[in-house]
Design a protein around this ligand. Sequence first.
Ligand code: HEC
Length: 150
Amino acid sequence: MKMYQKTVLGALMGIAIASGSLAAEDVDVSKLPAAASSEVDFVKEIKPLFEKSCFGCHGAKPRAKSKYFMNKRETTLKGGSSKEAAIIAGKSAASPLVHFIGDLVEELEMPPIDKREKYPQLTKAQIGLVRAWIDQGAKWPSGVELAMPQ
Ligand code: HEC
């Protein structure tokens, strides 16, 4: 094989490997804001954030992005088309959702970087609240469903 062909092939394989995973393994969790130390109230502190910054794309609608539905606890934890759990209750640093809102995974920053005028990025303090909520078991009172903000 000619030299340039090898180089092109090598580059393509490199791309395939790099884009092949949402792998939590290569995420630097030391860059995450620390979890808040307070007891978190889902309805007062987390639900409004998710509704404002996520629900427009991850609502209950069949066309939700990546088939990820954030209206109920079960689906919010379960994740979408990636088939990976989005939230691991009790383990915020291991939860992909936290990596995404903390901008730790390139191309999977949530909300997407180019959409942040409409869907505001979570502040460090807010990410700290989401982490604490997950660490405290991702409690979500039964019967509560997210809805579009008024
Ligand atoms: C403007 C639309 C938009 C908003 C707002 C948005 N997302 Fe996403 N989200 C996407 C898209 C598109 C994907 C699929 C990305 C991909 O796979 O390349 C995605 C994928 C995801 C996934 C992976 C689901 C899976 O298992 O496949 C999670 C988790 C996620 N988003 C969480 C969030 C959270 C949390 C918020 C709010 C802080 C949010 N997103 C806001 C568009 C959005």
